[in-house]
Write a protein that binds this ligand. Sequence first.
Ligand code: LLP
Length: 411
Amino acid sequence: MRPTFPAATLATLAREQGTPLWIYDASVIRERIAQLKGFDVIRFAQKACSNLAILRLMREEGVQVDAVSLGEIERALLAGYSPKGDPAGVVLTCDLLDRPTLARAVELGIEVNVGSIDMLRQLGERSPGHRVWLRINPGFGHGHSQKTNTGGENSKHGIWHSHLPDAVAVIREFGLHLVGLHMHIGSGVDYSHLEDVCGAMVGAVRDLGCDLEAISAGGGLSIPYRDGDPVVDIPRYAALWNQARREVESLLGHPVRLELEPGRFLVAESGCLLSEVRATKDVGENHFVLVDAGFNDLMRPSMYGSYHAMSLLGASGEPATTPTRPTVVAGPLCESGDVFTQHDGGLVAPRELPAARVGDLLLIHDTGAYGASMSSNYNSRPLLPEVLVDGDETRLIRRRQSLADLLALEL
Ligand code: LLP
């Protein structure tokens, strides 16, 4: 369910903050958290949306956090997560440890979810006894795009399932403390693989021959980006994973914690990208509407061909009532791939939208996950501001990057 921001709020934000601009609705995030109560730990994959205000909201709601880099560790600490008081408050998940990240993870004693044997060895040499998870690649994966499938032979992620004994040998060599096993096979669109992953997890615990405190189901829960997309059946999802947990418990003879690591599910629907129509033009058969946001802001359509629903609004924020026509929505960048209506394999997949006029506003929906967090400065375009709407309060949670900020690092 998408947030509906009042027309006046949108028009005011566009006027006061300028466009383009990210807007999030806190109530949608809280609703999604409440839906996942069947898991002992919800660990937010902050790569989806790592703004400090969003991380603080997660912490206040009892959600723990995953980090994939030194930057994400520091964000978690700034948001109030404390690895000293609670080693599981932040878990670092990666497939390699660059030197500064290794040093900081050791200094903080932060739990590390290890994705390669080399990484395990480097951590063991620096920090014997460190608390570690093993991320297993079970030999198959699933994603909404090949690029988001993180299992199987074409994926660099995780320790290949048959190499589990090598990982155990390194754990023993350095006296590392094994906390749990983790599987994240990708960011998907359906759940046909679910039983196989649960089975692979139980099988891995059986093969492991070591004790564990926890298992993690990873993330990957999707949202219905377009009408008719599958909606995740949370009770079934939780039931199958709880069944796997019970099988693991009976193998180990004691209770085991069940973690889930969603990114998109918690934040995607809460967010939208507000842009302004700056030009319209006909190019042969195609009618283009050019907005002031580009793929440097929202990369998903260009990167994966992802579909995002759109609403055209007048300058006052009211829904447009003009007759619809097939429209290609594109941005300002110097590339033909800077198109937001790309789907079904087409670079310019026209979409029925109300006829747009220069000065209208275009809302691009479901951009709370992998929107702002994947933005870049391509074409020397500053990063966008972010606004959080929480009930009656509307708060700027990141200011627009200035050109001075952007140029400040260059010598
Ligand atoms: N856990 C791990 C280890 C991950 O690598 C990821 C996502 C997640 C959890 C969260 O996955 P989610 O629940 O958000 O699907 N940029 C792509 C998605 C790439 C996800 C990378 N890893 C997109 O925009 O769809």
